[in-house]
Design a protein around this ligand. Structure first.
Ligand code: PRP
Length: 176
């Protein structure tokens, strides 16, 4: 990509409002218990930190980093763990926190992997969902926004590691 053009898709205020709604929904779902958030690095770090501060229930957080083997093999679903969780999840109520579901391959792998470790329950919250790009059947339990198939950056999402610090979500398009 040479010169790029940025247009705002979701402002910081729109995101903040939706994060509060999601947190209320999640707090009701886990009322009376504790939830263990699994933040998938790096993109979800901004969403996870905002979400956890709006939750009204006891929370633990752990982090996981995964990588596909490369763009050519991404469609194969081959994913490798770069950083695993620090603690056992046996018997815990897990909520995976993602920034975006695209093909669904990453979450399909993570869910299967974590389920094999016998948590008590496993659900997924994603800020963004691009259902048009799905390669495997995957439906998040909680979703902030369904978005069309654009390349998006900001609020944790990157283009070649840049733009993660933008407060809102922007569409990045090559200059015509
Ligand atoms: C993004 C996102 C998800 C994954 C979704 O991560 O955070 O983990 O891609 O894509 P999929 O549904 O097609 O599998 P990315 O690989 O860009 O890493 P990053 O979070 O470190 O930026």
């Amino acid at each position: 990509m040479g010169k790029e053009r940025m247009t705002v898709l979701l402002s910081d205020l729109e995101i903040a409002r939706r994060v509060k709604e999601l947190a209320a929904e999640i707090s009701r779902e886990y009322a009376g218990g504790k939830v263990t958030l699994v933040c998938v690095l790096k993109g979800a770090v901004v969403f996870a930190s905002d979400l956890m501060r709006c939750l009204e229930i006891p929370v633990e957080i752990d982090f996981m980093a995964v990588s596909s083997y490369g763009s050519e093999t991404k469609s194969s679903g081959a994913v490798r763990i770069l950083k695993d969780l620090d603690s056992s999840i046996l018997g815990k109520d897990l909520l995976i926190v993602e920034d975006i579901v695209d093909t669904g391959l990453t979450l399909d792998y993570i869910c299967k992997n974590l389920l094999s470790r016998k948590p008590r329950s496993l659900k997924v919250v994603t800020l963004l969902d691009k259902p048009a790009r799905r390669k495997v059947k995957f439906t998040p339990d909680f979703c902030g926004f369904e978005i069309p198939d654009h390349f998006v950056i900001g609020y944790g999402l990157d283009f070649n590691e840049d733009y993660r610090q933008l407060p809102g979500i922007c569409i990045l398009q090559p200059e015509p």
